[in-house]
Structure formats: C-alpha cells, structure tokens
Design a protein around this ligand. Sequence first.
Ligand code: ZN
Length: 414
Amino acid sequence: MRFPTLDRFRLYRKIAGVKSCQDSNIAIDEKPARGQPPLGRHFHTPKPGAGRLLFFVVLMNGIINFPGLIDLHVHLRDPGATHKEDFGSGTRAALAGGFTTVLAMPNTQPPLTDEPSLELAKSAAREKAHCDYGIYLGAGPDNRATAAPLAGRVCGLKLYLDQTYGPLRLENLGLLHAHVSNWPSNRPLAAHAEGRSLAAILFFAALLDRSVHICHVSRREEILLIRAAKEKGIRVTCEVAPHHLFLTDADAPRIGPGRSEVRPRLASANDQDALWKNLDVIDCFATDHAPHTLEEKDGPQPPPGYPGLETALALLLSAVSDGRLTHEELIDRMHTNPKRIFALPEQDETRIEVDLNEEWEVCAANLQSRCDWSPFEGMRLKGRVRRVVLRGQRVYADGQVLAAPGFGRDITER
Ligand SMILES: [Zn+2]
C-alpha cells in the first residue's frame, strides 16, 4: 500500500471539501473489505447541511473511491419485456456503471399496481439481481384505495402525469388528488410531470403539505418553476437525467429518428443551459435507464427511452474535468441526496473505485445492458469504474460482474 505525497493529500482534502486543519476532523482508518487487502484509507469529513459525509479516497495511482452510487430511476422491463432487459442484465449494467442501488419503475407488463404484480417483480429481482434494489408501485385508475397498504414494501409511488412508455397514466385531477392524499406522507412520491402537469403536482404538494420528487426535469420553465416552489417552501425535490445535460434536440439527427425518441424529449440548447445554470436546484442525477432493442427503436413505432446506467458517471466526470461540476456536487446528487430523499438504508463496506484517467469509447456491444445500443455510441469518455465493493464483497472488477444473481437485496425488505 502506497502512502500519499503531501500534494496528493492536500488534493484529497480539497476534494472532500475540507478547508483547514481546524475543520478537517479527518479520521483516517483502515477498513478493508472482508477478505480483501486494504484498498486505501477513508476520510470522514464534516459536511454542512448534509450531516456527516463519509467520503472515501483511495490513495493509490490517482484512483478515487466514491460511495456506492444510487440510481433513483431505472426501467428493468421485468416482468413482461425481458428481451429488452431484466433484473439480471439491468443490475449488471448498474454495477458496471458504479451503482450499488437502483430503484426500478413500475411501468412493466403487467404494470406494478397491486400485490400480485408486485410479487412478480419481487420474485424476479430476488432470483436475478446482482446489486441492491427497490421497486416502485405505480399509481393507476384502480388502486387509489389499495396502494397505501403496500407502501412499506416499495421504495415509493410513481405518478405518471404525462404520456410515456406503458399504460400507467393518471388522466384526471380527481384521481391524482386521491393518490397524493392517500399515499403515506412519510413515504416517497415520484412524479413524471412536464409543463402544466408540474404545476398541478406542485399545487397538491403545497395543498397537502407533503413532499414530492419530480423525475427527469428537462426544460428551462420547469427548473425555474421548481426553483420558485422551493423558495416558497414547497417540499419538492428533483432529478435530471444525464442525457438532458449532455444532449439536445440538435443531436437527434445524428442519433437517428427512432433511436432519439425519449420522454421527456431532448430539449433545446437553451433548456440545457438552464439546467446547468440551476445546478443548485437539482437534487439528484438519475439515469432514467429505459432500454429497448434496436429492432424496436428502428421499427415503425419506436418506443421512447435510452439506456444510461453505464455512461452516466463518465459523462458527469467529464463535466468535472470541464469545471462545470465538482466531485462533491456529483456525490451529493448520485449518493447523498438520493439516499436522504428516499430514506435508503446505509450500505456498509460499500464503495466504487474509479479510474479518473481511463479514456474509453462507448461501444454498446461491450456494455452489460441487453439492449445493445447507446445514444452515446462512439463518444470518447474519460473516467471508468474499475471495481465495486458492495457490503464487503467485491462484486465487479475490470469489466466482470462477480456477484452471483440474487446477491442484490431489496432495500425495503430487510
Ligand atoms: Zn422513466
């Protein structure tokens, strides 16, 4: 094990947001994964407003350790469309991308709206998942009264206020009101709400004085409305997807007419600029990993959605290199805030080891996701996950998933 040079030590302190020796309170300890040699040392740093942040830094070869990333928004297509993805391939893609927890959306076939459909997803996940996971319940026309009793078994309730892939959509205001009123106020509520739908869900959050999490915000008017709502004290949090931070509608012709279909749609450069300028309003980055096969994307009725688990971290690290984001801001949005907002459990002895200097070209054929394509195909990215340790076990190393199917745990059934 190598010890750091003084310069490197200072750099790590800077990354960890430690300004002086007085406020550093750095506790250095050795905490190797079970049965593994020590990878490095751990810095515990106090972070204002976010409690005590455990921030790992590996002091070897300039490789940095982050906490296990959390993706609040993935579509694993299981049950019902496992030719696109399933809990096995989707959680392998998650580990390759540095995510140790994923929260799976309910717009499957059948949609997850009741106990039997939820059990289908849960049994598939129990059998196949390589990383930890939670599963959302979907709000539909028939479960306004029966959803709440299932709140303890799911990571949250998903409300679809706008058109996207799958049948779940709340068409009328009364149904929306009922779902928001009935869902327990201490359990997460996540909404796909664009344009005027965003105003509607913010109104209910204010009216009922409850929290609501807005999925994949993509437009200027939306991020500004969320800013205004936060300033007014409305309990709203939000996520933005990497594809809306790194692609615009100008990229659609290059990606192709069917393949570029996504909901919310790719927005203008003006919208993209507003997302970057309002980074302080964005609580989380979530991939909205939504795989479909190339045959489907290139067919007559291309379904909306992009895969994203394996490209998200490298894209965001490129923003760190460009000076648009810091490592600390990245960890806030991919670990600390998602964990707090969704009240997710601690994953002990969990970390990801990232080589900040490794350059690689996105080649979907080499990715773990089953869908075999990426809107970022051919793009050169810098920064790659080398190893992942989850609950003390090395679960991913240099392109190989080492965790067995079924190793992943349901974060709501501990
Ligand atoms: Zn989605």
